[in-house]
Write a protein that binds this ligand. Sequence first.
Ligand code: MRU
Length: 361
Amino acid sequence: MKNTRRQIPLSVEWIPDEAGSAVPGRVRILDQTLLPLETRYIETTDTDVMWEAIRSLRVRGAPAIGIAAAMGVAAAAQAAAHEGVASVLAAAERAADRLSTSRPTAVNLFWAIERMRMSARAACDGGCDGKTLAGLLVAEACAMRDKDAAMCRAIGRHGVALLKDGDCVLTHCNAGGLATSEFGTALAPVYEAAALGMRISVFADETRPLLQGARLTAWELRQAGIDVTLICDNTAAQVMKEGRINAVMVGADRIAANGDAANKVGTYGVAVLAKHHKIPFYVLAPSSTFDAKCATGADIPIEERAAEEVTEGFGRRTAPPGVKVYSPAFDVTPAELIAGIICEKGVLRVPYRLAGNVTSD
Ligand code: MRU
């Protein structure tokens, strides 16, 4: 079976130390702010570099930032490995505290960091030495990456059953391979369909202000040989009215217990349009994106971004100096607009009673 996803570079991976080398194991991230013009990687063991990379969206997408943060904690632990177990634990906790402040909305970040803390504390309680603890944390972060890949694969298999040959999917932002370990969430059914030999095309919203749809979704789908058409955000209503869209598939940054889903700002508007045009609107996310501690979407913290991303987003000023700007990075789509939430376990439908949370498996 053809694996089209393999033609897209990995967004985040762990580079192990080489035997006998002075270079320690480190995190490698693809700098997504440079796409589609340049494919450049950052390799680091430094928590501050990782914090900046998450904050400025060099690595982005809910599952990918969770994995990057976990690997950042592992790298900090490894750097202290020769200092004894107490120092390794302290270094891991410090990195965990710092990376938790990088972005507020995607719960995967907190889920991954919490798992790293729990693993570290359990290993210490078991009486291990510093080197063993650091090694365990590296293994835990890599296992998280592999588990995310398996969950995305499963999402693809469940999601493809909602599509038929010749369908066209509209998506918003980037919830593809670049936003995860591999395969993506919203785009996983598209890759799965391609692997099965189905003809599925995609309309990608450009996704103002940071253009994840134009820069990333259009790029990765073209890399994979998928038929993609880029549209301005304000064209979504028109293509729906023209009868070109069979399904909307988007990712999520956090899904509340009642099924309300936070995703890139503009997603809610797309859901309203889909309802009006009687097009099914699906949210695709692994259970690491569910947050049962949020009863409804009103409990989800929404990140606000800098005004310059709106007023100078194209590398030049496009608004009068001093104009007031409001720039939430995400919005919340109410559960009643969602035809189904596709996770690794299958397709969930209303009434949603989601149980996953930061301490879930
Ligand atoms: O600000 P970003 O680019 O990190 O926002 C990403 C999204 O909104 C994605 O749709 C979401 O994280 C799901 S990724 C599988």
